[in-house]
Write a protein that binds this ligand. Structure first.
Ligand code: SF4
Ligand code: SF4
Ligand code: FES
Length: 511
């Protein structure tokens, strides 16, 4: 590993690392616009200029000109300065150049609060402008360039991150730069539309407010948003995401970098998965039957009533959806072990009309099939052994058709644990209302066997509780072991997997 010195701090850095990344490892910032670790190096913004005081242990004279950190790799004995007066002056000049024709849009720009022009101007600029507002070159401001994306050409600093993403990652080539000098502009290539399954990633990587998401723009100022680390439930890939919310409402999902799963990206479908969180059929409170009618009760009361109904059964079947968490699947299985053997099935279909692609998208549109199978759940569309009772967990078997209605009507007890009212809840004796995965902490196992934990972003509605909490209450009411946290359940279940081969040998739990 080459040893380098950055701003007086010596450190070992893996060979092949550029100076922007090496500086981050030394807790230093080299500001940059065009460099992105998921794309090729373009070297066009010049914001990352640094001074090389010694190129290597063999060539230890300073380089006469400043160098760009994005395209300079570490060498043994390299000495770099990124905060001396010469670098600071060059950086200030680059900012002034980039901002000559930039509109004074900050008060109305949706990128405010997460704009690298704003941030770097405050950190490294703060100069008196030498250009008059009237001399600015004007370009198109509100141009839809795809179903989900709006372009403001005046705000674009021509860093080409978006162009490179579309050239190198999706290979769809919808955007290009045309014209010359200060009339250069980002534009659609050949009249195309930025309409591919990963299009919205260009909004995330645009360092300024030139590209905005048509769904999110003007919905919330980003400094009001809370953030939680989560896992996308849109398919079995399990892309790592960040959930932005405010006052209980979810505003947007963005990818979180995880080189072992999704790199820096997510698909556009995944970004829409929060929309069902506000569906009209969300369960607000648990339900029990009184005189044949459902009445609202507290979660703990519903668990006690469900336990009373289940305690004399001798065989319990579990019907789970592949969106149930590991913790929920584990606790349901514990309840089954306590009451009497029965089938454990996952009814969610493993394939869909969306094919696997060469990037991230899985045809399996559920996030935890592999985790439930590791817990001993089998894939089936029906239960073919007689059982006394059913526990239905985040599944709606009735909607899928088949003989479920006759089967449910013949049972001694049916308990549904769900975040929404559906056709199956209509056949339940008790419905335990739980939060969606945005409202609970939990764990999924993705298609490659990677165990990934996620946090709650918002609270469950009304009196609904976390899924693990509802099932832990039911297990305890039946006389089973007590669990008081998601962490304690996860610790128990990882020792208790029926098929550990479905989980990576040394599971790395993303947090
Ligand atoms: S739109 Fe954004 S990402 Fe694309 S070139 Fe302009 S500044 Fe860069
Ligand atoms: S590829 Fe799958 S897991 Fe990733 S963002 Fe899309 S739907 Fe979500
Ligand atoms: S980040 Fe190095 S030139 Fe743009």
């Amino acid at each position: 590993m080459p040893k380098v010195t950055i701003n007086g701090r010596e450190l070992d850095v893996p060979a092949g690392t550029n100076l922007i990344t090496a500086a981050e490892m030394a807790d230093q910032e080299i500001p940059h616009y065009c460099y992105h670790p998921g794309l090729s190096v373009a070297g066009n913004c010049r914001m990352c200029l640094v001074e090389i005081k010694a190129l290597s242990d063999k060539q230890n004279n300073p380089l006469p000109k400043l160098q760009i950190g994005c395209n300079t790799l570490v060498q043994e004995g390299m000495v770099v300065e990124s905060d001396n007066p010469r670098v600071k002056e060059a950086r200030r000049s680059v900012l002034e150049f980039l901002l000559i024709n930039h509109p004074i849009d900050c008060p109305i720009c949706d990128q405010a609060g997460e704009c690298k022009l704003q941030e770097y101007y405050m950190d490294y600029g703060r100069y008196e402008s030498r250009f008059s507002l009237g001399d600015k070159v004007h370009k198109h401001k509100v141009e839809p360039v795809g179903p989900s994306i709006m372009l403001d050409q005046e705000r674009c600093i021509l860093c080409t991150r978006c162009v490179r993403f579309l050239d190198e990652v999706t290979e769809t080539h919808e955007l290009t730069i045309t014209e010359r000098g200060d009339h250069s502009e980002l534009t659609l290539a050949g009249g195309a539309s930025v309409d591919n399954p990963y299009a919205a990633n260009i909004v995330d990587i645009c360092p300024v407010g030139a590209l905005t998401n048509r769904d999110f723009r003007f919905q919330a100022r980003v400094w009001y948003l809370d953030s939680a680390d989560s896992i996308c439930t849109g398919c079995a890939t399990g892309c790592n995401i960040e959930v932005s919310s405010r006052r209980g409402s979810i505003y947007r999902l963005k990818p979180r970098a995880n080189l072992d799963v999704n790199g820096f990206w997510m698909c556009d479908h995944g970004r829409t998965t929060h929309e069902s969180n506000n569906a009209e059929n969300r369960l607000q409170t648990s339900l029990v039957r009184e005189g044949g009618q459902f009445v609202d009760v507290a979660a703990s009361a519903a668990a006690r009533r469900a336990a009373f109904g289940l305690k004399t059964v001798t065989s319990l079947g579990i019907v789970a959806g592949a969106g149930a968490t590991l913790e929920e699947g584990f606790l349901a299985a514990k309840i089954q072990d306590l009451l009497g053997a029965g089938p454990r099935i996952v009814t969610s279909p493993a394939t869909s009309d969306v094919p696997d692609d060469k990037m991230l998208i899985s045809t399996d549109r559920f996030p935890n099939r592999r985790g439930l199978k590791a817990l001993g759940y089998e894939e089936a569309t029906s239960i073919d052994k007689p059982v006394d009772a059913l526990l239905v967990l985040r599944a709606d078997p009735v909607a899928a058709g088949g003989a479920w209605v006759e089967q449910l009507e013949s049972l001694r007890a049916t308990v549904v644990v769900s975040d929404r009212a559906d056709e199956t809840t209509g056949f339940a004796d008790q419905v335990l209302a739980i939060g969606s995965h945005f409202e609970c902490e939990g764990t999924f196992v993705n298609r490659d066997g990677r165990v990934q934990k996620f946090d709650a972003a918002v609270a469950p509605p009304a009196t609904a509780v976390a899924g693990w909490q509802a099932l832990a209450d039911l297990l305890a009411a039946l006389g089973g072991p007590a669990y008081d946290s998601q962490e304690s359940i996860l610790a128990s279940l990882l020792d208790d997997l029926r098929d550990p081969s479905l989980v990576s040998a040394s599971p790395s739990v993303a947090d």
